[in-house]
Ligand binder design. Structure first.
Ligand code: ADP
Length: 475
């Protein structure tokens, strides 16, 4: 089976979050199952062409939209020509993928509209024999619509929703800029959304299959609480909606091989995990002895529960424990966390995106804090488990599907899922209650280590989920 996988970000070329991880790992897992998978993404300025050996393919073409000429240059990886990249100045010639310090780029509709056109043009012009076009999130959601309303292409289409909070909503005038057919597209069961256009909504109506990244989230998004004003659209399309849980790349996230961490370790050399912790504590001037290390890694946005974290700092500072917070995001939160840098001897805050530091944190930590308000799947909890960390999570979306509270099971060895601490109600009381459980568990060294080791062995790879996607492609 031949698949064209279209994404606005793919690890390691460009990444702002989990979408990039999935866009690397799922195609890889499908290739391992013997399928032919082409990937295509924009060749943003940020992508390091030399480091990744990305070279010009020899294909350049132009496409006229609303009287404007747009030029596209196609690139690929020197050592894997199925990894395609498209360069267009409007789409790629700027820093950052979707926004700068002033907010979202004002021409994102045009930028990602152009990306959608170019992905289809590449498929047609390079004569790629494709059975399924798999698109991801709003940035690529016009592809199914264009295939059905403009190109009349027969391939099956699959849309994966990685986060319903991002929909690509724009004024309807972009219809003309992108030459979209008003009659076929601007309707309730299409692009129209409260007299604007909504790219994701179009993707939901025009795709043959819609998936989202966990079973629980697939249910949640059909309710008004989690539906982000698309719950009715999702209910109407529930017959083709399926939850398939994400996996993580076991190649990239492997404490035995991870090049970012000081002391590589595995189940057999588990003690070395503690050496990583000691080195980190020394570097951050933490008192170490007997103290658990809690970490938070993520985007500073309400979704990730950063309000509860900020509220909890007053508690953290009084605890015999160390905390590291790594993240960046909305100005309000960057500022709020920024003012706390260096304020407490047991709390280290780093604002920014730092892949290497994140791996050292996973390698050193005992507990991961993930008090998300909603979480489509979440990767951090699965990554952290591979490094022997116990996630403390709110019981929502993919967190509910991938983490079981250690007090809810009888025998650790009989549990195939990861173990941690879960809490139901999103408030400081229950968050603190979860921390109290963590302290109690940590004081029982044997039990804590048994769970930590159990988590390292849990299978959160892509193997099973890739098979589920394959079955969907074939159905
Ligand atoms: P998101 O909603 O942001 O996609 P996920 O849990 O699905 O959340 O994926 C987050 C990914 O991004 C993980 O690989 C995580 O380690 C990484 N990440 C998030 N914030 C940072 C940061 N500030 N520095 C380094 N890595 C980060």
């Amino acid at each position: 089976m031949n698949i064209l996988f279209v994404s606005s970000e793919i690890f390691p070329y460009a990444k702002t979050g989990g979408l990039a991880d999935v866009s690397y790992a799922l195609p890889e897992a499908l290739r391992q199952e013997g399928e032919k998978v082409y990937t295509i993404m924009p060749l943003y300025n940020d992508v390091d062409r030399d480091e990744h050996k990305i070279i010009y393919s020899g294909l350049t073409f132009e496409y006229w939209l609303a009287g404007v000429r747009h030029q596209f240059d196609v690139f690929y990886k020197e050592d894997n020509k199925d990894e395609l990249f498209v360069f267009n100045p409007i789409l790629c010639n700027r820093w950052g993928l979707y926004h700068d310090q002033f907010g979202d780029y004002g021409d994102n509709a045009l930028r990602f509209g152009l990306f959608c056109y170019s992905a289809l043009e590449v498929m047609v012009r390079m004569k790629l024999k494709i059975d399924v076009v798999h698109v991801n999130d709003w940035q690529t959601s016009l592809i199914p619509l264009l295939m059905k309303t403009r190109y009349n292409l027969p391939q099956k289409t699959v849309l994966t929703i990685h986060n319903l909070a991002f929909q690509g909503i724009f004024p309807k005038k972009v219809m003309n800029e992108l030459e979209l057919d008003w009659e076929k597209c601007f309707k309730f069961n299409g692009l129209e959304y409260f007299d604007n256009v909504n790219f994701l909504k179009a993707g939901i109506f025009f795709s043959d299959h819609v998936t989202t990244v966990s079973k629980t989230y697939a249910q949640e998004i059909q309710t008004t609480k989690f539906g982000e004003r698309l719950d009715d659209t999702l209910q109407i399309n529930s017959y083709k909606l399926k939850g398939i849980v994400n996996g993580i790349s076991t190649e990239i996230f492997d404490p035995k091989k991870d090049k970012y961490i000081e002391k590589n370790f595995s189940l057999e050399t588990y003690k070395k995990k503690n050496e990583n912790k000691s080195l980190l504590c020394k570097e951050l001037n933490f008192k170490e002895e007997g103290r658990p290390l809690f970490i938070f890694i993520g985007r500073f946005t309400p979704q990730k529960g950063v309000d509860i974290l900020l509220e909890a700092i007053d508690l953290f500072k009084t605890y015999e424990a160390n905390f590291v917070i790594l993240g960046s995001g909305e100005d309000l939160y960057n500022h709020a966390f920024g003012t706390l840098i260096g304020a407490y001897e047991n709390i280290h805050i780093k604002i920014g995106y730092d892949e290497a530091f994140s791996r050292r944190l996973y390698a050193s930590a005992n507990f991961l804090l993930m008090p998300s308000i909603f979480e489509p799947c979440g990767l951090n909890q699965m990554i952290s488990m591979k490094y022997g960390v116990l996630p403390i999570v709110s019981k929502t979306g993919g967190l509910k599907d991938t983490v079981i509270d250690f007090t809810d099971i009888d025998k650790i060895e009989e549990c195939s899922l990861g173990l941690g601490i879960t809490f139901d109600e999103y408030n400081i009381f229950w968050f603190n209650h979860a921390l109290a459980k963590a302290f109690a568990l940590y004081s029982n060294k044997n039990k804590f280590e048994k769970i930590s080791k159990h988590n390292m062995g849990v299978d959160n790879s892509w193997k099973n989920s890739a098979k589920e996607y394959l079955n969907l492609y074939k159905s």
